[in-house]
Ligand binder design. Structure first.
Ligand code: PEP
Ligand code: MN
Length: 342
């Protein structure tokens, strides 16, 4: 529910509205506006609750209009927050007209590998350095990541390069540890609906990069983001990384670029596209990365390995350094046409 106040409504009148909402057990949300203030009730209200609350509030002075919001997500909705959310991390802001590239290997494998990759992605124009330390692998026999040692390497290389860093956290009880080492917490696709993890990540106060589940609808994706937002964490970045394909003969996933303009219409949160996991085949990644820019994404996450043939995870989708830097060169040329800066 959204309560639009009249032009010139007083602080006392707004307070009265908030008190009426609180008296019925809900938390009011004050929404700043250019000239008119509004108050939101970010809760799933039953029909009886709607009628009751609307009846009481419509009689209060200073109230102009009450609308029932149609979306199941509230804090993520553009109705509650008409201006785009901008997330500052180190020297970069995510969610402006700057196209932000998150680059780096799938996994941190050693200090040498990660530091070499970091220098290359920075040189090419990336602002955020990615690297997995705790890896969600389909098989328990596959490389599981360097774990806390990997986090120490990320922190060190982050300091050396000045790049913002991101790494995945897989469990609620690991949030505090991962948050000590990196600038952005990544919630992997397989964890999108791990609600205890979302709640802890929400509480951490760190920016959270939420990947879309392989079979998640847009509403499920946004409701997962709502778990982070309603812990008081406003710094949520959405990542489209592809959904289960009909045909796995040629690609790993289907990169759902439809979701980009849809999400941009529904939410104020920044949207990043990950074409690496989205297609899973290195030679198709550049085309889909450029398509993501033109679909309106705020940036891309791209896996790059100094020597993809030697990669301990996701080697077949990792760009080699030359292709990575060529792609970022193309971003520079294309960005103005797509209405972006790079
Ligand atoms: C990753 O970013 O390396 C990763 C495991 O991604 P996803 O969760 O999208 O599969
Ligand atoms: Mn990967």
């Amino acid at each position: 529910m959204l309560i639009l106040m009249r032009l010139g409504a007083t602080e006392e009148q707004i307070q009265e509205v908030c008190d009426a909402i609180k008296a019925r057990g809900f938390d009011p949300l004050l929404l700043p506006g250019e000239d008119r203030r509004a108050v939101g009730v970010p809760a799933a209200l039953s029909n009886d609750q709607k009628v009751d609350l609307e009846g009481v509030i419509s009689r209060l002075p200073g109230v102009s209009k009450i609308t029932q919001t149609s979306s199941p997500f509230k804090l993520a909705s553009i109705e509650y927050h008409p201006n785009p959310t901008v997330i500052p991390v180190k020297d970069v802001e995510i969610g402006t007209d700057e196209f932000v590239v998150f680059g780096g290997p799938c996994s941190v494998e050693s200090y040498e590998q990660f530091s070499t990759a970091a220098k290359m992605v920075k040189e090419a124009g990336s602002k955020v350095l990615r690297g997995g330390a705790f890896k969600p692998r389909t098989s328990p026999y596959s490389f599981q990541g360097l774990q806390e040692e990997g986090l120490r390497i990320i922190q060190q290389v982050g300091k050396e390069t000045g790049l913002a860093t991101i790494s995945e956290v897989m469990a609620a009880d690991m949030v505090e540890t991962v948050a000590e080492y990196v600038d952005i917490l990544q919630i992997g696709a397989r964890s999108m609906q791990n609600f205890p993890l979302l709640i802890e990540a929400g509480k951490s106060g760190k920016p959270v990069f939420l990947k879309r589940g392989p079979a998640a609808t847009i509403d499920e994706f946004l409701l997962a983001s709502e778990y982070l937002l309603n812990q008081g964490n406003e710094n949520v970045i959405l990542c489209e990384r592809g959904v289960l394909p009909i045909d796995r003969t040629y690609v790993r996933n289907t990169l759902d670029l439809n979701s980009v303009p849809v999400l941009k219409e529904l939410t104020h949160l920044p949207v990043i596209v990950d074409p690496s996991h989205g297609v899973g085949v290195a030679r198709y990644v550049p085309a889909m990365a450029k398509a993501a820019m033109f679909a309106g994404a705020d940036g891309v996450m791209i896996e790059m390995h100094p020597d993809p043939r030697e990669a301990l995870s996701d080697g077949s989708q990792a760009l080699d350094p030359a292709t990575f830097s060529q792609l970022l060169g193309e971003f520079k040329q294309l960005a103005p046409i797509a209405g972006k800066r790079f």
